[in-house]
Design a protein around this ligand. Structure first.
Ligand code: ZN
Length: 296
């Protein structure tokens, strides 16, 4: 069987499966139900929080045989084509590698064609802030008078780089960082599905390292599995993440508490050598997190 990274394998395929963005999902579903649909959507937020995932689900919702609908069926030919990335009505463009005005002109020349199967031609432009100024200007012409069957979905990690003229023509949705507890819950689900043996505290460590990005969390889990096989030990994970080994920190604090100068120096120097490249602040913050820190 072909190996598929977890972030793709476990990518949500319906609005109900999207994690951590209930406000965005609700607003989009309401817009679909009441048929108050914009011609241009702008999804902003940090990496790996579900912008392109939601863009694809929205494309399905617009083009589903039963659509536009807030609950695309996921089975009709249109939904199936979008899910497999073979739909001719949904065009995904990476703004990072298609930055020129010619790339946008090509879009402009193509928007006039009617959709092949669904009701809309949907253009998903990822990293849209990377477009050049002249490309933005060319895009603006289309946004000013969009053909009725065209919907643009822009995604960006850098909202401040989007020109105001573009912003004002988009319905803007702000994607939040995903809460650590939700990231951890999802990691547990994926780990169980993949039959990985991993402790809860290890998932906690991954959740913290991912910093609100589900894609980062799942990539780290894949790396941990590649490193440790089906059983991921906490020590392996700390080594992989370059994290400060908590056991060592606790031992060092215990030695200080016992006023054992020799042992303290030995453990602290081991800590420093094992976490070389890590700032002292990181060690300090993990030490200060220990609740039984002795009072001097
Ligand atoms: Zn469908």
């Amino acid at each position: 069987m072909d190996y598929q990274v977890s972030a793709r394998k476990y990518r949500p395929s319906a609005f109900d499966e999207v994690i951590g963005q209930p406000h965005v999902v609700q607003m989009l579903q309401n817009a679909l139900t009441t048929k108050r649909l914009a011609h241009a959507f702008l999804f902003s937020g940090t990496r790996g929080v579900g912008k392109t995932t939601v863009a694809r689900i929205l494309a399905k919702a617009l083009n589903c045989e039963q659509g536009p609908t807030s609950h695309p069926c996921d089975h009709c030919p249109s939904c199936a084509d979008i899910a497999s990335g073979t739909s001719v009505d949904v065009v995904e463009i990476d703004g990072a590698s298609n930055t020129s005005v010619d790339d946008v002109r090509e879009i402009r020349d193509n928007v006039k064609f009617a959709p092949f199967r669904g009701g809309y031609r949907v253009y998903i432009i990822d990293e849209v802030h990377m477009l050049s100024n002249s490309a933005f200007n060319a895009l603006l012409k289309t946004l000013e008078e969009p053909p009725p069957h065209v919907v643009f979905i822009f995604a960006t990690t850098e909202l401040h780089k989007i020109p105001a003229t573009i912003l004002s023509r988009c319905q803007h949705y702000n994607f939040k960082r995903i809460q650590r507890a939700e990231v951890i819950r999802r990691l547990r689900h994926v780990a169980d599905q993949e039959q990985l043996v991993i402790e809860d505290r290890s998932l906690g460590l991954l959740g913290r390292a991912a910093d609100g990005s589900m894609r980062d969390a799942l990539s780290l889990l894949d790396q941990a599995a590649a490193f440790g096989g089906k059983t991921v030990t906490h020590a392996d994970l700390e080594a992989l993440l370059g994290a400060v080994p908590q056991e060592l920190v606790r031992a060092a604090v215990r030695a200080m508490q016992a006023q054992d100068a020799g042992e303290t120096v030995r453990l602290v120097s081991r800590l420093l050598s094992e976490t070389i490249g890590k700032s002292f602040a990181a060690i300090w913050s993990s030490m200060s997190a220990i609740s039984w820190w002795p009072r001097w």
